[in-house]
Design a protein around this ligand. Sequence first.
Ligand code: SF4
Length: 343
Amino acid sequence: MNKKTDIKGLTSAETISFIQSLNEKPFRAKQIRQWVFDRGISDFSEMTNLSKTFRERLADTANVTELEEADRKVSSDGSIKFLFRLHDGKTIESVWMPEENRATLCVSTQVGCKLACGFCMTGEGGFERQLSTAEIVDQLIQARKLVPGGRVTNIVFMGMGEPLDNYDNVLQALKVLTEPDCGLMGARKITLSTAGVVPGILLLAKDFSKIKLAVSLNAADDATRNKLMPINKKHPIAELFWALKKWPLPKGRLLTLEYVLIAGINDSDDDAKKLSKLCSDMPVKINLIPYNSASGAQYKSPSKKRVDTFMKIASGRGLIVLPRASRGQDIMAACGQLRGKRS
Ligand code: SF4
């Protein structure tokens, strides 16, 4: 049996081609896309402005991925962590983080992750499989149905998995999400965060640099970064920064470097000085995130005083450093705490 075409993984032009391959008029594509993306309908039989015969034809040749909400946890800070079940029973997490002026959805791109960063629970569980484009896109569509007022103003690719290790499906998801006809999200409202997959950064710079890029840096020297993030052995800091310099950054914009501050590992005065020196000729801002010691975690959170001192030293040397509180700490939804069913 031929594999069915997943409408949620198609751009507007691809949907038109698909509809034409079924000998239907192109405007039918727009009708289907309105059902799928605007109204969140996944069952062709509910698409009542299409003929019964066409709906049956669609059901034979196409499908519309729909994630199932398996669980949710609500944090005292208002964040919600959703556990979504995929068609094969595997689970992923997405986190919704409301603020006064925005509401950001953190989406997953893989079930598990290959990169095994030392401070991350997703990495601890190993890799299971890539998410399809539709599974990535549907996290937004489902979240909009589930959160108060359907309010999602921004997306960060920062959940389970390394987005650039699932390059083709993530690139296609970026295209689908930003298609003007379904109006899901503007490109400037999307941030993709990578652990430093250099070939992926170079490809994305050519293929889709309209979004914002963030890099999970976490150390300013290779010895420390090698310990925290094994990918650094493959793509050391100098190579990573060489690639970042090739990112076509619009004038006046900054790249984001995330720095999870871990007690006794990367939080010394010397680390702050090294970080300022490393970034001295880069258009970057640092998101400084104190590490969360979750139960069983091998690292410790830094003291408030240490965080303040680190910030003072780095910003005193000209670096833009923004303190970031991890959201949803009480529901294990903070950075590095997502782990799907294993939680
Ligand atoms: S921090 Fe990101 S890249 Fe590293 S193991 Fe966790 S999910 Fe993978």
